[in-house]
Design a protein around this ligand. Sequence first.
Ligand SMILES: Cc1cc2nc3c(=O)[nH]c(=O)nc-3n(C[C@H](O)[C@H](O)[C@H](O)COP(=O)(O)O)c2cc1C
Length: 369
Amino acid sequence: METELSRTLGIEHAIFGFTPFPAVAAALSRAGCFGVLGAVRYTAPDDLARDLDWMQEHTDGRPYGLDVVMPAKKVEGVTEADVEAMIPAGHREYVRSVLAKHDVPELAEGEASGWRITGWMEEVARSQLDVAFDYPIKLLANALGSPPPDVVARAHEHGVLVAALAGSARHARRHAEAGIDVVVAQGYEAGGHTGEIASMVLTPDVVDAVSPLPVLAAGGIGSGEQIAAGLALGAQGVWLGSIWLTTTEAELHSRALTEKLLAAGSGDTVRSRALTGKPARQLRTEWTDAWDDPAGPGPLPMPLQGLLVAEAVSRIQKHEVDPLLGTPVGQIVGRMNSERSVRQVVDELTRGFERAVDRINRIAGREQA
Ligand SMILES: Cc1cc2nc3c(=O)[nH]c(=O)nc-3n(C[C@H](O)[C@H](O)[C@H](O)COP(=O)(O)O)c2cc1C
């Protein structure tokens, strides 16, 4: 499964895997794909450096990348404490009431809130970049818009390709104008922050909008047949996120959550602002329902909502409070029905791709003798 982009990056399969887990990212690169480590959870640069050291030791010299979350709109000079102070008391009370309704225990004394995600703050993302450019990353991806011009220039100085996610052709054009090298066309079906256009419509729109820039198809891909569809629509590769969550290398740290993912159907996700304040596809739970409830106060905008719910989400995860327990995941969750290693998933993807190519060749009357 080779394309111009996969040859440029020196990978065997044009499969890009986004994951918050270093063990998954490294396994992807070892399996001939391109592992991309999500950095948004790293608040301390030293933690990111430790995990990138580990990646270096476990990728057998194969290429890998890093994904940061730099919002397009710059908010300068605003500290986390400033943002905290903007959260209305009524919203804090609502969080307390939802947790009380489900008897969610407190965190133990001195126990840190593990879910606190601040990587979307410009200064945190920049401190991650200071670390990242010390490592031989081959691609830097950004989730929420084009990275600032100086970051694009810095990446290019280091010979690093810059990718950015786009949920519409308009976003994609903006990325092209900002000097981005690879556009990830991420459809409505995807896990995490997502727009309103389905991959089937979005991929060819983005391919046309930014041609000749390479496009990766993302959202709803979990089989080789779906990879073939993305490539048939003009993409130079695919970008998968959800499918790795139930691999044996993933460190979800919650058996109950893994079981929920394995049992969920494709209709069990919702696009909700409950976690970060921006629409993100995730498992539908009583937590997302509480934020969609017209009787409640509704979610705050990003970045307030993320800080408002950080401790609550940690408590729910730590104590595995089933009705509230969720994670970002896409509609492909309906096909994530067994735990397999990254290598097994990749083998299945490449076999499915070959099946699809054979089928299309037969339909086109080009059957091999
Ligand atoms: C658990 C999870 C967390 C995600 N976090 C990020 C992130 O921090 N940055 C980012 O660029 N994309 C993030 N995404 C989106 C992925 O990069 C990818 O575009 C998406 O998962 C593709 O669609 P799929 O879920 O159908 O495979 C996340 C996805 C999931 C499932």
